[in-house]
Design a protein around this ligand. Sequence first.
Ligand SMILES: [Zn+2]
Length: 375
Amino acid sequence: MIEIPATYESSRERFRASSDSISDRWAGPRFISHSLADSSDLTIDVLSADATCEKQKLLVITTGLHGIEGYVGAGVLQLFIEEYLPRLDHETTGLLFVHPINPYGMKHRTRVNPNSVDLNRNFEEDFESLKPLNSHYESLGHLLNPARPLRHPLYERLAFLWNVLRAMPKGAQHIRETALMGQYRVHNGMYFGGFEPQEETKFIQQVVFGAIKDYAEIVMLDIHTGYGPRWQMTLCNPPSEKMTAEETATRFGVPLVVGVNPEEFYTIHGDMVEYFYKMVTSQYPAKRIYAAAFEFGTYGDSMLDGVRSLRTTVYENTLRWFGGHNIARKWMKHKYDELFMPSDPKWWQKAQADARQAFDGILGAEGYFKARVHR
Ligand SMILES: [Zn+2]
């Protein structure tokens, strides 16, 4: 049985041990462990291996871009290694697995890196030009950025509801966009994309650039939690993907696909999957790439779930910057964990079933499985 790991360290141990299952068939797998500049015990671990005969296809699976989401991410990656690795053709397929892109966030159970940057808003180059984006962010400061210690949950529940009602005349869609699209001005705000490319971003860019050069076809899957319906994983196509959501769902035989665009999802900048998709299609037009994020929903996708999820995200940020009441701290720790790594075993069962369905569909359609030998 595959488990969601209990700690960052135990998860890393398990990931490192999986290099044995790669070396069974792939010649000389490579292992890189990049220590963060300010804390050498936090590492981004990369396992990779080249196709043994002809470099045709590359499979990239990345986890923990949003730190705390790396627990479920590591579980899904382990499921892949145990159940799917034996089905790949090592002669033509290369591998690149990352655990986790944001080790600080995984260790400390938060989405952001040590600089409070949301790394999935950080895959950009010209940060100066991003500053004016999301100009309404400050006007919702009372809702999104309460600059004070967190008080007792009884008070905070009412305060948040009151602030949502105050903001409501602007429209639910406006609040949602402003909260989630990312911003590049307020360093202690929500979904802060950074003032410059982060260490983790630069490291992953270097690793992925190095890996893709020799391969004609690439599948890249980035594992996330927290968005979408609770009982169905959402496959998220980057904005530049040419296939529509319907075409993708049909091609891969998965029930729920969205395009990360303002109509179906929300506008975001600095998205990692989009960055690599655009990089490959512009620099290597002859290569074929399918890149997407798996989003395992947790709270759910009703309006009320959206408000609860926003409250948890806002208050976790408030606690990190301004501290707060002990009871509020416990309350938020529980809510935050449930938002990104639900404790219900049934949830994990369904998440694994959805992961299998997507791996089967995507890798089957893209021709990654060994042809069966008929005798
Ligand atoms: Zn995420």
